[in-house]
Design a protein around this ligand. Sequence first.
Ligand code: FES
Length: 564
Amino acid sequence: MVSHNEGQGMDRHLTSYGDRGFSRFLRKAFLASAGYDAVDLDRPIIGIVDTSSDYNPCHREMPALVQAVKRGVLESGGLPFAFPTASLHEILIAPTAMLFRNLVAMETEEMIRAYPMDAVVLLGGCDKTVPAQLLAAVSANVPAICVVTGPMLTGSWRGERLGACTDCRRYWAHYRAGAVSEEEIEAVSQALCPTGGTCMVMGTASTMACLTEALGMMLPGGATPPFGTGNRLRAAVASGRRAVEMAREGLCPRDILTRSAFHNALVTLMALGGSTNAIIHLIAVARRAGIPLALDDFQAISDRVPLLVNCKPAGAGYMEDFDRAGGMPMLMKVLEPLLELSARTVSGKTLRENLAGATAPGAWQDTIRTLEAPLGGTGALVMLKGTLAPDGAVIKAAAASPHLLRHRGPAVVFDSAEDAATQIDARAEHITPDHVLVLRNAGPVGAGMPESGSLPIPKKLAAAGVKDMVRVSDARMSGTAFGACVLHVSPEAAVGGPLALVRDGDLIELNVPERKIDLLVDAGELARRRAAFTPPPLPERGWARLYAEYVQQAHLGADLDFLS
Ligand code: FES
């Protein structure tokens, strides 16, 4: 049996014909048809993962980025080979992009392993693409460098700056409350996404781009330049050049993704006021790297690091403001006393060396605050535990109404996201602002974990001015959303977690200062209900079936157990 892994460049991962010489001969013959000669085939091969797709408007400038990376590779003496993988657009894919994160991770990893490449440049952007590519990179462990499409520029409507998708949610809530007309919401829809690129608030895409830079998997300054700018193209060119050097050096993701790197990502996540989704993604990537990151690690950092970046939804600005203010290099300069500076990065330097030239924020800007004068306090993200979530749950306390952080109320239960969508207004007669809206069977096994955890306020209450209620679910919430939403309840209802046992009218108590979420039903009654519990059926076939059989719970990163 011939090894698949001997050699470099075109000699790498030879196709198995039982005769290495013949395999090489065939490879040369077919590449000759594409115009490659012996001079080309001596060079290091740099794979370029291209996730452009007509289905993914966030990636619509990716073809230009692929060309920019190719130019950088050629300038440094490498041979670029772009190849497609599946592309996940958060809004166009059903039932949720999260269901396919692990599929794209697996596809990307396998392609990196199967094709000859000495390094790879991963082009992503829209929410789940970047975590999928990080998972692939750490598992394949071939020299790898990440590039993103960059955030959209902001739009405007009637003189107000608008952006996806915090303002999408805000205006939709106004529309549901009757404060915005049919014509007005239509006009708003045309102003929310004025360019290609990713959502321009600190949602999941922006958070993951910034955390990829904090992890050391992206060149300094690569996370924030907006879509369509020269800075964005230059980041791609520089990444192509650097990938060739990394191929020669053999600097691999597992040299970079150490515990120090994850410490730095956690510190950055809190300072950004970033998405709760990042918790799941970072745990999954860390576990692939052999680092047992747990919810307690997030809490320990959340207790120490205040909110520093003034971007929606935790603040008021947008990613272009963050970029103009200095982006990640300036933020990490501010965070320097809290970071582990010996961490290696794709630049070939340590974080300390990368930050040596970065400057502290000047008074001319308002977006990146200092540790001495932060934008918000510590504890923006809180990890909860209790009888309703024995393995944990998460709340973005910074995005919740303060009066709901200690709350006790009767449950109103919805058995699925569809049930909630069709019934929430129909049941509004019986729902008060004190009720706790419970959504279940929306966890990893139950539904692939959609972003349905920020259930809408029932129309009747919204029209009466109610802006927030306690909501509890095993679902996720968009990083662009806000509200007193307890998310990622683990274990989820579909595997028999306590969430499956809640009935209408049961009292639920949320106590964020004490980090507790409890179901106030006595143990005997819960045992009776548990004995009667039957899990919902798994999907019958295909990826959804494989996923439901092997996916782990949210507190373990929702990775497939045989990949983790
Ligand atoms: Fe692509 Fe928001 S929909 S980043």
